[in-house]
Design a protein around this ligand. Structure first.
Ligand code: FUB
Length: 348
């Protein structure tokens, strides 16, 4: 008998998505923006402004022969994209870091992020180690486009995927991270990995993203990893059943009017949501959807202020119609007077 569990649902959803690209309804609609670059496939954009120029740190998607079960995201290097202004020419700056140059890496170089401090650029990246467990590494370089040199070992105490590096008002840095299912976050309990841990059932509390403050060296955790507390409008924690609102992957943090906006993907329901708090540690209260589901299975965004306007960097699968061959895009993001975000539909 076929056992019904989340794994079955996930694999089936991925298979269907990889065949169809997305729902027929989305396919017929017109995208509100076009891929920033078409010469390579790119995803998971983490955008930053360094020295008045825009840099996008993204996954570099490549084709795979592995089945569409999460293992087909087989990325092997990073290319940093750059542009002088939104709408301007986008440059692909070539290979910034190759998996072969990460001494501890096994496979699957997933969504990165980057920061600048005191003359050095720091690239944070998840990759499976040689035991096939996702860890987060850091590499440094003198230019925002790389090349970056990886540290010999992953950040001690780090695990899972989707690092987001955030600079707080006082200049200290925090690393948010975590991704469920393929990103293995649900397999970790109190810092211990167990590959046999099942996905949570609908009546269990939802898995929470993680955060750790960084030391001044930007390469190590200054404090034990904490859970990022996400609560609903009534102050209650999310259960797994609330999969249209609970965290799945793709954390991003930004400040708006002094408040901390924690945004993330809900994964299997494909929303990008946000929650607001008063400190980098939260708690963060759920506020709503930023981006409705895009073409493809995954959704992963960053939010950046550039020359007085706010921008949402995101991806979809417009170029290929395949879940694992994505393309990054950008569109303007607007707030209401009360600080809430006006939800975006990426298709007209
Ligand atoms: O790119 C691989 C994974 O897909 C990322 O880690 C997730 O955020 C999702 O976009």
């Amino acid at each position: 008998m076929l056992q019904f569990n989340y794994r079955t649902v996930f694999f089936t959803a991925l298979l269907l998505a990889s065949f169809s690209g997305s729902s027929a309804q989305q396919k017929k609609r017109t995208p509100i923006s076009q891929p920033l670059i078409t010469s390579i496939y790119t995803a998971d954009p983490a955008a930053h402004v360094f020295n008045s120029k825009i840099y996008i740190y993204n996954s570099h998607d490549i084709d795979a022969t592995t089945p569409a079960n999460g293992d087909h995201f087989v990325m092997k290097d990073f290319h940093v994209l750059s542009m002088d202004s939104i709408g301007g020419k986008v440059a692909d700056n070539g290979v910034a870091l190759d998996i072969q140059d990460i001494p501890w890496a096994g496979r699957q170089l997933w969504a990165p992020d980057a920061a600048y401090k005191n003359g050095t650029y720091y690239l944070y990246f998840p990759v499976k180690d040689k035991q096939d467990i996702f860890r987060i590494g850091v590499a440094t370089g003198k230019k925002p486009t790389g090349p970056f040199k990886a540290e010999p070992a992953p950040i001690e105490g780090s695990y899972s995927t989707d690092p987001c590096i955030f600079k707080d008002k006082d200049g200290s840095y925090y690393l948010y991270f975590g991704g469920i299912w393929g990103g293995q976050l649900h397999r970790w309990t109190n810092g211990v990995y167990d590959s046999t841990t099942p996905q949570r059932k609908p009546d269990e509390l939802a898995v929470l993203p993680k955060v750790a403050k960084l030391n001044a060296d930007m390469k190590s955790f200054a404090a034990p990893v904490k859970e990022v507390e996400l609560i609903d409008e009534k102050g209650k924690p999310f259960y797994e059943a609330s999969n249209d609102k609970r965290f799945f992957e793709g954390a991003w943090m930004h400040l708006y009017n002094g408040k901390y906006y924690f945004s993330y993907s809900t994964g299997d329901t494909h929303n990008i949501c946000y929650a607001i708090g008063d400190s980098p540690y939260g708690p963060f209260t759920y506020k709503g959807i930023i981006l409705k589901p895009v073409e493809g299975w995954t959704s992963h965004t960053s939010i950046v202020q550039i020359k007085g306007k706010w921008w949402l960097f995101y991806h979809d699968a417009q170029l290929s119609g395949k879940t694992h061959l994505r393309n990054v895009k950008v569109t303007e993001l607007k707030y209401r007077k009360d600080g809430s975000i006006i939800p975006i539909d990426a298709y007209k």
